[in-house]
Design a protein around this ligand. Structure first.
Ligand code: ZN
Length: 134
């Protein structure tokens, strides 16, 4: 079951200036900063009412975020949905014809198991499924 939008991910070039910008926009400071070494990204989380915004900064030119910015520029990178059971959702969505970037859930930021659906199978939108690790 898909419960709700968990967060929206935004690709940024520079954490320092973007944290300043989004702190002004939301009138609050980020509540968490976390590096995901395996993904070569720094993540920065803002809580906005009941919603979360994740800023993603590449730590290497090899990072998917660096490649995204090179192609499309900064901006909305993905929408993440909170799921009850990520393994079941992957199975269900694969049977519906969705193509996953990683079919095996991996550890993401913010204590989550995550899997990405390839944007070519979802109208150009990169979709992240995430399940909180309890
Ligand atoms: Zn995300």
């Amino acid at each position: 079951m898909i419960n709700k939008i968990e967060h929206i991910g935004i690709a940024i070039k520079d954490a320092k200036s973007s944290v300043e910008l989004f702190s002004k926009l939301f009138n609050t400071q980020p509540y968490k900063k976390e590096s995901v070494v395996s993904e070569k990204v720094n993540t920065i989380f803002f809580q906005v009412g009941g919603n979360k915004i994740e800023l993603l900064e590449a730590t290497s030119s090899e990072s998917a975020i660096a490649k995204f910015i090179e192609k499309k520029g900064e901006g909305i990178h993905h929408i993440a949905f909170d799921v009850e059971n990520i393994f079941e959702e992957i199975k269900r969505l694969k049977s519906e014809g969705f193509v996953f970037i990683n079919e095996e859930p991996k550890h993401g930021a913010d204590n989550k198991l995550i899997a990405f659906i390839h944007p070519k199978s979802s109208n150009g939108v990169l979709i992240e499924l995430c399940q909180e690790i309890k």
